[in-house]
Write a new protein. Structure first.
Length: 754
């Protein structure tokens, strides 16, 4: 059977070094896996985002085409089949809309009598799906993959019926789309290398693909994959092989026309898995190589230190003991073994040897009487020496172990700042300032599936969004923040404020276009009386008072009066293929927060959006790592209840640092048993979410045992959400995870002061 006591000191030093390094290796490996998962989740979000953009663009194209065909269908020239008048109109419309491959009109027999692009007659579309459905259903209809007879290129058609005054269908108008337009969108969104999209018609035929499209156009999408998409939900994300055979993260979405049960198109977007996790893999390899290097150095250091500090000195003691055992009473080692416990042991050894020599001299005077006593004394002294020696070696082992642990910690602290191991080792240090995303961005994605209104400092929100805003705008536009400090908080939802800022800043960037320009974001506060509020645009009964304002100004193309008047109308857009809902959404969010918007704009002079939000009377709770510690200490027993061993460990250390004695329990049931049998518990720190018995149930049971029990609830949820569960029930305090030592100390001081 293997025993540690059979190992040499050098082997023990190696073993201790590896044992100490194992947690570090585990942290690096776990962090690498987590980082990889974060990268995969980010890639999934990117594919969904890109998919949504394509869907939005396609829906806008459909809406635009439907409006165009609806307008054409009402023209008397179309109903009367006046070819000479209609075809110039069609040609002009196609010129204004380059995304259309052709616009043409056929009679009810399917013979085309007017076309924007000349086609050699006869031009008959009676066999086309879009024609048959429009003729049959009398409404907007979709087609499938076809090669245009006019342009000889792949197109996708929509059709709309032409009706006479009696409502009878007398013909069909059709618009053909150039379906290779989304490559530019892929470039604008700066998707990762290898990202692609595929458009599929209702039969599973590939309409368009971003990468190397020629071999795939007009060919069937992989049958099994198409069946899963067709039979699946409206949208989804999976990891599988793409049509080119590489493994990808792929999202899909179905597109339908009103009145058609079957989707007329399926959109997929994908990112290669190896591209998504490439940086995570590189970081993990670098971290493991660096850890291995430090481990080798630590082993070498441990061997050298151990040999010089323990092995060599122990060898001297061993040799001296052997010489002493053979009768050499003149052996001395105190000059050779100096310092530390082994040095004191050497002096004890010398004293023992001197005593043995003296007694040996006395033994010669009384050989017979002294022999038995000498043997007994020698035996006793040997046992004492071995005991002191063993204690000294154990103490030095502890010192070496501490040195190894400290050096390993320093080595981990000095790894590359980009390494995920650094984030794990500093997580306790940074926990107070970071609570979604994630993991919540490491999480999803949120939560409880609802918005949370809280007191926000818009300055902090802007600073946190600065990077994503900078990468979202044109490279020729400069983003400047003009922040007023201090700024009163506002009661708002952070996610919706993010949407406002993203919409307005991106609009400002698009207004600047290819020119160099500046986007200025300014914050401040002001008192607004009734006269000011009456003159503000889009004001709806705002109460006078103190308001926080947010201004987004650009020096772009500006807007005319007509454009500004329609700015917040749903589906109104000045973009070629915009969604037309961004500003309507902004207005809805601002109104929902009891605020208002004012817009200042002139053509060629830029635009300024000024958003007013009521200032909150509350303060923003900001955990600060710069607070100065005080010398406050507490005393007494604290029952710490948490199902996470890591939390119990670090919280116990914090409480010990504050002067408390800690008793821990890993769930509510164990906490109740401890509380029943342990007197003089000053207060309890109770986790809210635990198995077997959660914090809320445990608190009720504790209150039954002692109505005056003092409990601080600890949870990752926010204060408002948790304390609502305990309204009127005598909860002594709340502390939100993760928390710093200073926050824990303040909570306890408030508890004890009350």
């Amino acid at each position: 059977m293997f025993r540690l006591t059979t190992l040499s000191i050098r082997s023990l030093l190696f073993l201790i070094t590896f044992i100490v390094a194992l947690p570090a290796a585990g942290i690096i490996l776990y962090s690498g896996i987590q980082f990889r998962n974060v990268m995969l989740n980010d890639a999934r979000k990117e594919t969904l985002k890109f998919n949504d953009r394509i869907v939005s663009e396609q829906q806008n194209l459909v809406v635009g085409a439907e409006l165009l065909m609806t307008a054409l269908a009402q023209l008397p020239e179309v109903k009367n089949r006046e070819v000479d008048k209609v075809e110039p109109i069609l040609r002009e419309l196609r010129k204004l809309n380059p995304m259309y491959s052709n616009i043409f009109i056929a009679d009810q027999e399917g013979t085309v009598w007017a076309t924007a692009v000349p086609v050699k007659p006869p031009f008959i579309i009676a066999d086309r799906r879009y024609f048959r459905n429009a003729l049959k259903n009398g409404q907007l209809s979709s087609g499938e993959y076809v090669v245009s007879r006019a342009t000889t290129k792949p197109v996708f058609n929509l059709a709309y019926p032409v009706k006479n005054e009696q409502g009878t269908v007398i013909g069909v108008i059709s618009v053909g789309f150039v379906i290779d337009q989304y490559r530019q969108l892929l470039e604008r969104m700066q998707m990762p290398t290898g990202s692609s999209y595929v458009l599929i018609d209702h039969q599973g035929v590939v309409l368009s693909r971003a990468i190397n499209p020629e071999p795939y156009l007009g060919k069937p999408y992989p049958i099994d994959d198409f069946r899963k998409i067709k039979d699946g939900e409206e949208f989804g994300t999976t990891t599988r092989r793409g049509i080119a055979g590489d493994r990808r993260i792929i999202s899909y979405r179905k597109l339908r026309l009103a009145g058609e049960q079957t989707p007329y198109m399926y959109v997929t977007a994908g990112i290669p898995v190896d591209v998504a996790v490439r940086e995570a893999n590189r970081t993990l390899i670098r971290s493991m190589v660096l850890l291995s290097s430090f481990l080798v150095l630590a082993c070498i250091g441990a061997v050298l230190i151990g040999k010089r500090a323990i092995v060599d000195r122990f060898k001297l003691l061993e040799d001296a003991s052997q010489r002493l055992a053979t009768g050499d009473l003149q052996v001395r080692i105190s000059d050779l073994v100096v310092g530390g416990e082994l040095g004191r042991l050497g002096k004890s050894f010398d004293a023992m040897a001197e005593e043995l020599a003296r007694r040996e001299a006395e033994r010669l005077k009384a050989e017979t009487d002294r022999q038995a006593f000498e043997r007994q004394l020698q035996h006793t002294q040997k046992l004492e020496s071995l005991g002191v020696l063993a204690g000294g070696i154990a103490h030095d082992f502890n010192n070496i172990l501490l040195a190894i642990i400290g050096n390993t910690d320093l080595a981990l602290m000095r790894v590359n700042k980009e390494s995920p191991a650094v984030e794990n080792l500093r997580r306790i240090e940074q926990a107070a300032t970071r609570a979604a995303d994630l993991t919540k961005q490491m999480l999803a994605y949120s939560g409880k599936g609802r918005f949370v209104v809280e007191n926000l400092d818009l300055n902090i929100l802007l600073e946190e969004m600065l990077h994503i805003l900078e990468v979202s705008i044109s490279k020729k536009a400069v983003l400047r923040l003009n922040l007023t400090r201090p700024l009163p908080p506002v009661e708002a939802d952070a996610t919706q404020m993010h949407q406002i800022l993203m919409n307005l800043v991106i609009n400002a960037s698009e207004a600047i276009g290819d020119r160099s320009g500046v986007i200025a974001v300014t914050t401040g506060s002001m008192d607004c009386d009734r006269s000011y509020l009456k003159n503000i645009w889009l004001e709806e009964g705002l109460e006078e008072g103190h308001y926080v304002y947010l201004e987004i100004a650009d020096n772009g193309c500006g807007m005319s009066r007509e454009t500004k008047a329609k700015l917040f109308d749903p589906f109104f857009t000045t973009k070629f293929t915009g969604r037309g809902l961004g500003m309507a959404a902004v207005l809805g969010i601002v109104r929902g927060h009891k605020g208002a918007i004012n817009v200042y704009s002139e053509p060629d002079k830029g635009t300024t959006f000024k958003i007013l939000l009521p200032a909150s009377g509350e303060t923003v709770d900001i955990l600060s790592g710069g607070s100065h510690p005080d010398a406050w200490k507490g005393a007494g027993k604290v029952l710490l209840v948490d199902d996470e061993e890591v939390v119990r460990g670090i919280a116990s250390e914090m409480l010990h640092e504050l002067g408390f004695t800690t008793i821990t329990a890993n769930d509510g049931c164990e906490a109740l048993e401890i509380f029943k049998t342990t007197p003089d518990i000053a207060f309890i720190i109770l986790d809210l979410t635990m198995p077997h018995m959660d914090g809320e149930q445990c608190y009720h049971e504790l209150s039954k045992l002692n109505p005056d029990v003092r409990v601080i609830i600890s949870s990752g949820y926010n204060h408002q959400e948790v304390t609502q569960k305990f309204v009127g029930k005598g909860l002594a305090g709340f502390i939100q995870k993760p928390y710093r030592l200073a926050v824990l100390k303040d909570s306890i001081k408030q508890l004890l002061a009350g």
